[in-house]
Design a protein around this ligand. Structure first.
Ligand SMILES: [Zn+2]
Length: 447
C-alpha cells in the first residue's frame, strides 16, 4: 500500500481480524498476487482450478454424474489446454440440480443462500461458504481507487429487508465508519432530497450503487444544483454503463466512476483500476473464459460467452458456469502495475439484440453505443422493439442543449439505415425512462 491506512480503516481491520483471524493475511496475499508476473498468475489460477475440479468430482454428486456421463476423469486434465474438454455448466442445470450441486457432508448452517436473476428470467439459487471472507477481494479493489475499507460510504442499493437485529449487528460491526443508504428499488424526488442532505453531512469517500439509481442521483444533483462533496470514487455495480451515463455522473459528482463486474452467483469477478477503461479480472479467485457455442475459447479481443469458475467456493462449486453474459479478453498489461489480466467492459446480455424480418439482427453492442458521440444531448435512452418488430428509440432530451432534437433525429436516421428499411424506426420523446429495479435496460423487446 502506498498510503498509510486511515484511522477508521485500522479499527475495521482490527474488528474483522477478531472475527476472521486470517483476514489480514488473505488480504496481503491478494496484494502480492496482483504484482505476480502474468505467467505466475496463470500458474496460480491453473493450480486452483485443477484442485477444485478434482474436489468437485470426488465430493459433489452432480459433477460426478455429469463427468462420468461425459467420459471425463478429472485426473486426466493435466494441462490448461485440456481444460476445454471439461463440460460447461448451464443456468438450467443449477435450477434443476440444486441439491446435487452442494458438496456432500457440508453442514447446512455453513451455507449462505443467495438468490439471483430477475430481469433476465428464471431466478437462480446458489450457496456460499459462511466461513469464507469475501471482504479482502473488495478491499483490494478499493485500494486501487485510493479508498480504505473503513472510510465513510454511501450506498444506493435495493432494500435488503434487513431485520432490526441485522441492522444493529451491522452498525456495531462498522462503527465508527458512517454508512448511509438510498433505497434503489424506489427512487423518488423526496428520497433523493433526503439522501443528498445526509450525504452533505457525512461527506463519504465512496459512493456505491446500481447504475440506474446512481444515474437518478446524478440527474437530481445536476437539476437541483445541490452541493455534492466529491467522493474519492463512484463504484457502479450490476449493469453495463454507457459513455453517456458515465459522463453525466462524472459531471454531477466531480469524481472518477469505476465499473465493477459481478453477478449473483459470483459477486466479485473484475473491476476497473484508475488507469484503464478495461477491467482487471480477479484471476487469483475466479477463472473467466470467453467461449464460442462449443465451449472453446475465442481469440483474445473477440466476443464470447462468459464461463466462470469460482476458485474459492468449495461448498457449491461452479465450474465453467455460463452466466448469460458476453465479453472479451483484452491483450496487454495495464500501466497501473497490477498484472491481473484484463477484460473489456460488459455491454449487455446475449438476448439483447434487435430482430429484423427474415432472421436478421442488429447487435446489442451497436445499439448501446448509438449516443456515444452525442452524450450531452440526451439524459437517458432506451431502444424498445415492439412485437411487430417496429423500433421506438425512447429518449429523454436534455433541455439545456438547443439542437438536441435534431441530433437525436440524426441518430435515429442512422438506426433506420442500419435496419435496412425493413422496420419502422422512430424517436419517442419521454419525460423519464423507468428502470427495472435499479437496472436500466437499453434494449427491451416487447413480449
Ligand atoms: Zn490497471
Amino acid at each position: 500500500m502506498s498510503q498509510l491506512p486511515d484511522f477508521k480503516s485500522l479499527i475495521l481491520w482490527t474488528k474483522f481480524t477478531l472475527l476472521h483471524p486470517k483476514i489480514l493475511s488473505s488480504y496481503l496475499a491478494l496484494k502480492r498476487n496482483e504484482r505476480l508476473s502474468p505467467d505466475a498468475l496463470a500458474a496460480l489460477n491453473w493450480q486452483k482450478r485443477q484442485r477444485l475440479l478434482r474436489f468437485a468430482y470426488e465430493n459433489v454428486p452432480y459433477y460426478r454424474a455429469k463427468y462420468d456421463a461425459a467420459g471425463l476423469n478429472p485426473l486426466d486434465i493435466r494441462t490448461p489446454e485440456q481444460w476445454e474438454s471439461v463440460p460447461v455448466l448451464e443456468k438450467s442445470e443449477l435450477v434443476k440440480h440444486l441439491e446435487d450441486l452442494k458438496t456432500r457432508g457440508v453442514k447446512p448452517d455453513r451455507l449462505r443462500l443467495s438468490t439471483t436473476g430477475g430481469s433476465t428470467g428464471v431466478p437462480v439459487i446458489v450457496y456460499f461458504d459462511k466461513k469464507f471472507a469475501m471482504e479482502p477481494i473488495r478491499w483490494r479493489m478499493l485500494s486501487w481507487w485510493g479508498v480504505g475499507p473503513g472510510e465513510d460510504a454511501a450506498f444506493a442499493w435495493r432494500d435488503f429487508g434487513w431485520s432490526a437485529l441485522e441492522k444493529l449487528r451491522r452498525s456495531v460491526l462498522f462503527w465508527p465508519t458512517r454508512r448511509i443508504y438510498l433505497d434503489a428499488s424506489l427512487v423518488t424526488k423526496s428520497s433523493l432530497d433526503a439522501f443528498v442532505r445526509q450525504y452533505q453531512a457525512v461527506r463519504p469517500s465512496l459512493l456505491q450503487g446500481y447504475v440506474g439509481a446512481i444515474e437518478s442521483l446524478a440527474d437530481f444533483v445536476i437539476e437541483s444544483g445541490a452541493s455534492f462533496p466529491p467522493p474519492k470514487a463512484v463504484w457502479l455495480t450490476a449493469a453495463p454503463v454507457s459513455k453517456t451515463q458515465r459522463a453525466r455522473m462524472q459531471a454531477a459528482f466531480h469524481a472518477p466512476v469505476y465499473d465493477q463486474y459481478g453477478c449473483g452467483e459470483i459477486y466479485q469477478i473484475a473491476a476497473q483500476c484508475a488507469h484503464s477503461e478495461n477491467l482487471h479480472i480477479f484471476y487469483d479467485s475466479v477463472c473467466v473464459e470467453f467461449l464460442d457455442g462449443n465451449g472453446r475459447s475465442v481469440q483474445t479481443g473477440q466476443r464470447g460467452l462468459i464461463a466462470l469458475t469460482d476458485l474459492d467456493n468449495y461448498v457449491f462449486p461452479l465450474i465453467r458456469y455460463l452466466n448469460g453474459d458476453e465479453g472479451s479478453a483484452v491483450a496487454g498489461q495495464c500501466a497501473c502495475g497490477v498484472n491481473l489480466p484484463l477484460m473489456g467492459p460488459i455491454k449487455g446480455r446475449d438476448t439483447d439484440h434487435l430482430h429484423l424480418p427474415q432472421g436478421g439482427i442488429i447487435v446489442g453492442d451497436f445499439v448501446t453505443t448509438i449516443f456515444d458521440n452525442d452524450p450531452d444531448c440526451i439524459k437517458a435512452f432506451q431502444v424498445y422493439q415492439k412485437k411487430d418488430l417496429g423500433i421506438d428509440v425512447r429518449v429523454v432530451l436534455n433541455p439545456a442543449v438547443p439542437d438536441a432534437r435534431e441530433r437525436v433525429e440524426r441518430v435515429v436516421a442512422k438506426m433506420r439505415e442500419k435496419s435496412l428499411g425493413l422496420v419502422e424506426v422512430r424517436p419517442v420523446y419521454m419525460d423519464e425512462i423507468v428502470s427495472d429495479r435499479g437496472k436500466t435496460r437499453y434494449i427491451v423487446r416487447e413480449k
